[in-house]
Design a protein around this ligand. Structure first.
Ligand SMILES: C[S@@+](CC[C@H](N)C(=O)[O-])C[C@H]1O[C@@H](n2cnc3c(N)ncnc32)[C@H](O)[C@@H]1O
Length: 288
C-alpha cells in the first residue's frame, strides 16, 4: 500500500495513524460510524453544503462523512477526502460508491502542508480530524487559502474528557486497576487538543478566519454503536483512552477492569445499547 512518508511537522501523527490505531478504526469502523453519526450530521447541517458544491473533508478517515457529504452535494458536486492514514483511506476507497453524478476522491496527504489549489472549495468540513496538527494556525491558514472567499469552514471537536463520560468513565475504571502516568498536558496534538476553545479560536483568527459560531453541543450517543454491556466493554478495551491505559495490562488486571465495568456501565444500559453523553464544540468560520 502506498503511503506518505512520516516527515514534516506531523511526522509522529503520520506514524500513529498508520499503525495499530488505524487498524482499530478500520476494524471497529461500523461501530464508530454508528456512534459518531449524529455528531457528524449536526456539523453537516451547520455547514449546509448545497447541490453542486465542492467540499474538502479533512481527516476523513474511513470515509463515512465523505460519502454523506457526497449525498448532500448531489448532483454534480464533488468531495475530496484528505487523510494522512493510508490504512484508513484504503477502507474509504473500498466503500466509496460512485453515483449521483458526484465526484469523490481521496488524497493521502497532510492537510497542514498539502498544496491545495487556491480558493477551490466551497466548504471545508471535518468530523474530529483537525485536533492533530502540530501547528494549528499554520494548518488553518493552509486550509483558508483553499477556501473560496465566500466559503465556510465547519468542524466538530471534543470538549474535555470530563464533559465526555463515554471517555471519562471507562478511563477512571481502568486507572483503578492499572498504574498509568498522568496524562501529558493538552498543549500538543491529540483528540482533546481543542477542549479549551481559546486554542482553536486563536488559531482560526491567526489564520485569517472570522469565527461565525461556536456552539457547545451535548448529544447522547450509543457507545460502540449498540449491543449490551459486554459488547461495550469490548469496544472500550479496543479503542480510545481506556484501551491505551490497558495496553500493557496483565490478564488479571483486564479481568478486574471488565468486572468493574460490568457494574459501572449497568445504569447506562438502554434498549438501544449503552447510552452516554458526549460534549463537543461545533465551530464554523468564514474567510475574514
Ligand atoms: C479521530 S479520526 C476521525 C476520522 C473521521 N473524520 C471520522 O470522523 O470517522 C482523525 C483522523 O484525522 C486524520 N488526521 C490527523 N492528522 C491529519 C493531518 N495533518 N492531515 C490529514 N488528516 C489527518 C487521522 O489520520 C484520522 O483519520
Amino acid at each position: 500500500m502506498d503511503r506518505i512518508e512520516a516527515a514534516g511537522p506531523n511526522a509522529d501523527q503520520i506514524e500513529f495513524w498508520n499503525g495499530d490505531a488505524a487498524e482499530r478504526w478500520v476494524e471497529l469502523g461500523s461501530q464508530l460510524d454508528a456512534m459518531l453519526q449524529p455528531l457528524g450530521a449536526a456539523a453537516m447541517d451547520r455547514a449546509a453544503p448545497a447541490p453542486g458544491h465542492k467540499v474538502l473533508d479533512v481527516g476523513c478517515g474511513c470515509g463515512e462523512t465523505t460519502m454523506d457529504l457526497a449525498h448532500r452535494v448531489a448532483p454534480r458536486g464533488s468531495v475530496t477526502g484528505i487523510d494522512i492514514s493510508a490504512v484508513m483511506l484504503s477502507r474509504a476507497r473500498a466503500r466509496a460508491e460512485p453515483g449521483d453524478g458526484v465526484e469523490v476522491t481521496f488524497q493521502n496527504a497532510d492537510a497542514e502542508t498539502h498544496r491545495f489549489e487556491d480558493a477551490s472549495f466551497d466548504h471545508i468540513f471535518s468530523r474530529f480530524g483537525v485536533m492533530f496538527f502540530q501547528n494549528p494556525t499554520a494548518a488553518f491558514a493552509n486550509l483558508r487559502k483553499a477556501l473560496r472567499p465566500d466559503g465556510r469552514f465547519t468542524f466538530i471537536c471534543w470538549r474535555t474528557p470530563r464533559e465526555n463520560p463515554w471517555v471519562a468513565v471507562p478511563l477512571s475504571v481502568a486507572k483503578r486497576h492499572v498504574d498509568w502516568p498522568e496524562a501529558p498536558g493538552a498543549d500538543g496534538p491529540g483528540e482533546f487538543a481543542f477542549a479549551d476553545r481559546t486554542r482553536f479560536e486563536d488559531a482560526l483568527k491567526g489564520a485569517g478566519f472570522r469565527i461565525e459560531a461556536v456552539d457547545s453541543l451535548d448529544i447522547d450517543v450509543i457507545v460502540g454503536g449498540g449491543g449490551g454491556v459486554t459488547a461495550t466493554i469490548d469496544f472500550f478495551l479496543r479503542q480510545g483512552p481506556a484501551a491505551r491505559v490497558m495496553g500493557e495490562a496483565s490478564e488479571a488486571q483486564r479481568e478486574a477492569v471488565k468486572a468493574d465495568l460490568e457494574e459501572t456501565l449497568a445504569p447506562y444500559l438502554t434498549p438501544r445499547g449503552v447510552c452516554m453523553k458526549t460534549g463537543t464544540w461545533l465551530v464554523s468560520a468564514k474567510v475574514a
